[in-house]
Design a protein around this ligand. Sequence first.
Ligand SMILES: Cc1ncc(COP(=O)(O)O)c(C=O)c1O
Length: 376
Amino acid sequence: MTDKKSNIPLSKPHFPAALRKAIAADIEDILASGRLMSGPWAKKFEEQFAALTGRAHAVSVHSCTTALQIALSFADVKGKDVLVPAGSFITDISVVEFAGGRPVLVDMNPETLALDIEDLRRKITPETAAVIWVHLTGIIAQDFQAILDFTQKHGLFLIEDAAHAHGAEIDGRRAGSFGDASTFSFYPTKVLTSGTGGMLTTDNPDLARYAREIRMFGKDEETGEIVHYGNDWFLDEIRACVASHQTSDLEGQVVRRREIAAAYHMAFANQPGFRMLDVAAGNLPAWYQYAVFLNPAVDRKALIQMLKSKHGVDTKGIYKPTHHEQIFRKFDDGRLTATEDVLHRSLCLPMHAGLRDDEVKKIADALVTEVRAQLG
Ligand SMILES: Cc1ncc(COP(=O)(O)O)c(C=O)c1O
């Protein structure tokens, strides 16, 4: 049995020594300056994200959940339907409830892990106001144009949840550039992290201003009067500094994640028992997670257990389907079957920029060995 401490974790924040040293020096300066909010680091971080996504505005906030809440409140979805993927993190449905909207769960396209365009078409009603589109695992859907055309044709507010997709791009377009509002997370497991944190990107100056006012207790930027019900959702200087350094390091991190994904992909070519996603040339994921999809003959629970106990490799499913959480069961229309099938068969392998080549090989060998052992 492998010692628990030597497990290869699924994710690990990327803070190499030189980066830690640079961050520590800058935090020392921040503390000495006494300016802990609305200072140069938040400004720099926002400029980096506007440049990264090619958007006119980037507004740093407390978390991605916060950014989603602000976007839905701006879109005024109260009493209206919001189309939400059934296969995503539960925050995407919770925020609709917070905003007083009615979540309508949409099934998944198993080839893209994103919204199934046919199910979107089935579920739109005159009451639909917005759509939340998630780049699950960090891959932008190959049929993204169909999603954009659908929302445009029906005049829907498009929220692009890019919490998994820092640096992802398709046909030269970056994640965070597609939505009326686009959102990012800097939660500890994410491609970039500041402990916690979020960003909203947009080309809409009214939304950008609304976000800046909401994150500061609802205070009008010019008059200082309270004009909205707001909150203290700004990103402080310390977290903005950490996030800014992480962003400067992003390109290298994403290149490494792509190398690891390519190594997994090569190791798994023609292996029985599971499939991988077919990612087209020109589609460059951020690879927040690297998932394979097990055949029905493979017992996922037993596999996860064996990979951990025998090989010291941590693995897990992507997420539980949203409608399988007790609190969200009422949103199950009984037809979210592709989401259930894909998520129940998904298995995420360790993925982070600090993984060494020998670890990648060890993980790949372990998976192939244990799947083969199960297939007999
Ligand atoms: C797809 C997705 N959206 C939003 C979030 C929420 O991010 P945050 O923790 O920054 O609010 C997460 C967090 O895991 C996520 O996976």
